[in-house]
Ligand binder design. Sequence first.
Ligand SMILES: NC(=O)c1ccc[n+]([C@@H]2O[C@H](COP(=O)([O-])OP(=O)(O)OC[C@H]3O[C@@H](n4cnc5c(N)ncnc54)[C@H](O)[C@@H]3O)[C@@H](O)[C@H]2O)c1
Length: 331
Amino acid sequence: MTVKIAIVGFGFMGQTHAGTLLQLPDTEITGVIDLKSPAEQLNSIRGNNDTVTLSPEAAEKLPWYRSWEEFVDKAGAPDAAIVALPTKFHCSAVVKALESNCHVMVEKPFATTIPEAEKMIAAAREHNKLLAVGYVVRCMAEYLHLAEALQSGRLGKTHFLEMRRFAGIPGWGSWLDPETVRHSGGTLFDLLSHDLDFVTHTLGEPESITPCRRGRKEFKGDWLSLELKYPDFDVLIESAFIPPVSYPFHRSFQAFFEGGSIYSGQWNKSFECRGKEIKEVRLEEISPYFAEVANFIKSVKLGKIEGICSGEEALVTTRHCDRIRHQLGED
Ligand SMILES: NC(=O)c1ccc[n+]([C@@H]2O[C@H](COP(=O)([O-])OP(=O)(O)OC[C@H]3O[C@@H](n4cnc5c(N)ncnc54)[C@H](O)[C@@H]3O)[C@@H](O)[C@H]2O)c1
């Protein structure tokens, strides 16, 4: 079965996913929907990670449409769609694609309000289609290794877990529009929710979540800490968008167990320390963005979600973020 698929939004993430789709067998991109042409967008948008593998020649050949309606009218509805638009457009674009009977993968954050998240889930149920969300950390080899250690107990009891994610304020594509930034959900939804999703997916619901904003007025960063309490240990998650644009993206985690610790500060690298020994863990060398989209296509073929976050799971994270926003008095 060849899966016909459309990419809605051809910025940093849309281009990243197009590169994967072109490498997958039995997958055909039948439309790219964006206000500007794929060639122009490939030339002008540079994200904060080196994840785009698409060549200018390949971008030139992609069938381009300015709207979903024009695309469906001219090319017919595909089997699936990847929605990589600014977050404020996720709900309307996802619902449109589901109403055209397409399976959908939408970028994270799923939504910044609960009614929007619930509307997308209801549309997927009504049309009996899959709805997946791009919480790509779930496909990162070093985080999969951490999840295995946390769940298996092979290093003994968990004592403490700390996760960090920092980035310069995005300075490409739609992010140059203040309205896009205003509706992005800031650090909480756009950055920290990656780790929050990972932690609650791996460890289940915490007993409590206590948020704390960091930095005084003079510090223009959007820095947020969360303390998650589990019965026997705590988890600290810290994230910030920090000016200027050039501030480099970096993320790390460290986990402390009764019998050792695990540390990762780089893509695809993880170290286990036990007693006097530190050992680099052998990880599968596969791009998590590739793995994520490959899992989505596999899910479409199987007719059930596997290896990727579902809409229902992303709703849990949306609810957590919404509650945290209330706790911080930032409704
Ligand atoms: N998973 C990750 O690691 C990750 C990383 C970055 C961004 N994201 C998420 O991906 C989404 C997109 O972010 P991005 O950085 O790719 O943004 P971007 O600005 O690079 O791309 C957005 C694209 O959407 C197009 N667009 C905007 N309005 C449109 C409309 N009405 N109709 C058609 N096209 C339209 C723009 O022209 C642009 O090409 C956001 O939700 C963001 O939070 C996820």
